[in-house]
Ligand binder design. Sequence first.
Ligand code: NAD
Ligand code: UDX
Length: 429
Amino acid sequence: MKVCVIGTGYVGLTTCCCLAELGHSVTGVDSNKEKIRKLKNYISPIYEPGIQELLKKNKKRLRFTTSIKEGVRKSDVIFIAVNTPPREDGSADMRYVEDVSKKIALSMNSYKVIVEKSTVPVETGKWIKRVMNLYNKKNIPFDVVSNPEFLREGRAIEDFLNPDRIVIGVETERARKIMEDIYKKIKAKKLFTNIETAELIKHASNSFLAMKISYINFISRICEKVGADVKDVSTGMGLDKRIGREFLDAGVGFGGSCFPKDVSAFIWIAKKCGFDFTLLKEVQKINIEQREIVIEKLKKSLWNLNGKKIGILGISFKPNTDDIREAPSIYIIKRLLEEGAKVSCYDPKAMENLKKVYSHTKIKYCKNVYEVGEDSEGIILLTEWDEFKKIDLKKLRKVMRVPVFIDGRNLFERRKMEELGFIYDGIGR
Ligand code: NAD
Ligand code: UDX
C-alpha cells in the first residue's frame, strides 16, 4: 500500500521503517528540514536500536520530504505521528495535529484514510473530522481512524512488529478493511473498536502502567523502614498472573516523553468530564518525590553537598535510548547544582542531548564511568544500561575519593558492593 507518515520522530520514524519492512511504500514527512536532510541520506536522526539498519535495508520503499502535500497526494493512508506536548495546565497541546489535519485537507486528491498515531485526548478523531470538513473544499471522501501506538523507546521496532495487540478505532467497513491490509503481516490480536474507545485505551493503559510504578515506589519506602526487600516484593507480587511482574521495578521514578505527559493529560481529560482523578494526582506526586529521595540518601552519607564532587551514571530516561525528555537525571542534576555540588556525568548515548540542556554550566562531560569516578565523593546511578552491569567495580572504587554509591535502579547487590568497600544504598532494600 502507499502510506504517508507525518512526523518522523521516535514514533513516526519507527512507523516509516516498520511499514516499509512489511512491504508498503512509505513517504515520511517532517517540517524539520535538518531531520529530512539526514533521512534523505538514510541517516537516522535519533538513536533507536535497529532503526539505522531498517532505514538502509528498505531504501527502495522509503522516501522523505518536508512537503505534506507531496506525501498526501502520493498515498492512500496517512498516519499522523506528530508530537502532542503538554501545555502548562497539563492538557495536551494539539496545535500540531490540527495544523497537519488542515494541510492534509488542503492537499486531498482522492479518498484517504487518516490515522491518528499520536497519543491524543479522547474526541480528537471528531476534531480531525471537523477540520477536514472545514478545509476539504472539494468534499473528497475520507475516513478517520484511531490507531494508538504502544511501542517503548529502546525496543521500538520489536514492539511495533510484535505487539501484544493492535488497537484500531474505525467508523466504516472501508477503513477497517484498509487497516486490516496494512497490518496483515503482523500476527498480533487486532482489536477493532469505535474511535473514542481506541483513544481512551491508550490513555488508560499508559496511566495504569505509570500507576504500577508509583505503587511499587511507595512500597519501596515502607520496605526501607521495616527491613524488607522491594525486589523480592515485586517478584512475589508478580508471580500472581493477575498482577504480573512487569513495571514493578522501584527506582528514581518514571520519565520520558510519554508517562509524565500522558498522566497529566488524562487528569485533564477526566476534569473535562467533571471528575477529579485524585488517584493519578497521587501517582504524579509519588513520582516527583522519588527523585528527591536519591538526593536525601546522598546527604545522609555526605552531609553537605556544597563543593563535593558527585558523579552521575546514566542520563537517558531509560536504557537503549538517547532520549532525555523528562529524564529524572535532568531534575537530579539541577538539584545537585543548587546544592553547590560539582557534577560529572557519563551516558553511553545521551551526552550530546544533555549538552543541549546544560551547555552553560560547569558540568563535566566524561568519556567513561571511571572518569566520572575519579576523585568523586559520591556516585548516583540513574539508568540501568547494560554497560553499567559490566563496570569493573574494583577499579571504580579505587579511583573514587569517597566510595558512596547510590543505586537509583537497584542494579547491584548491597552485600557485594559493601564487600568491595562501597558505602552503598539502593531503593527499598
Ligand atoms: P517526536 O517529538 O520525537 O517527533 C514528532 C515529530 O513531528 C518531530 O520530528 C516534529 O518535527 C514533527 N512535526 C511536528 N509538527 C509537524 C508538522 N506540522 N508537520 C510535519 N512534521 C511535524 O515525538 P514522538 O516521541 O515520536 O511522539 C509522537 C507522538 O506519539 C506523541 O503524541 C507521543 O505521545 C506518541 N507516542 C510516543 C511514544 C514514544 O515512545 N516516544 C510511544 C507511543 C506514542
Ligand atoms: C511508554 C509505554 O511503556 C509505551 O507503551 C508507550 O507507547 C510510550 O510510553 P517508554 O516511555 O518508551 O514507553 O518507556 P517505558 O519502558 O515504559 O519506561 C518509562 C519510564 O518508566 C522509564 O523512565 C523507566 O525507567 C520507568 N520504569 C519502567 C520504572 O521506573 N519501573 C518499571 O518497572 C518500568
